[in-house]
Design a protein around this ligand. Structure first.
Ligand code: FES
Length: 85
């Protein structure tokens, strides 16, 4: 695998029904907007047992909980140190 980073979105039924379906679209837009598709391997995964903190998202080894459409852009910008302004 050549990608430098890995983003894993939980597609388990709990996270998916609590918003990861929409979060997934935002992440795709973020990757496109910042042309990160070469550096980032973005994929879905099954439930990892953190449902109570969901929806969850993992970037490399870091787990983010309660990820929503309105905070995922900030999470990604912070992690990848991208200033949106
Ligand atoms: S469904 Fe996402 S952690 Fe369980």
């Amino acid at each position: 695998m050549d990608a430098k980073h890995e983003i894993t979105i939980c597609l388990g039924s709990s996270c998916f029904s609590r918003g990861n379906k929409e979060v997934l679209e935002v992440i795709k837009k973020f990757i496109d907007k910042h042309q990160l598709s070469v550096d980032v391997f973005f994929h879905g995964d099954l439930c990892n047992g953190h449902c109570a903190e969901g929806p969850v998202l993992k970037i490399d080894e870091q787990l983010f909980s309660n990820v929503q459409v309105d905070n995922v852009f900030d999470i990604l910008s912070g992690y990848f140190e991208i200033n949106e302004n």
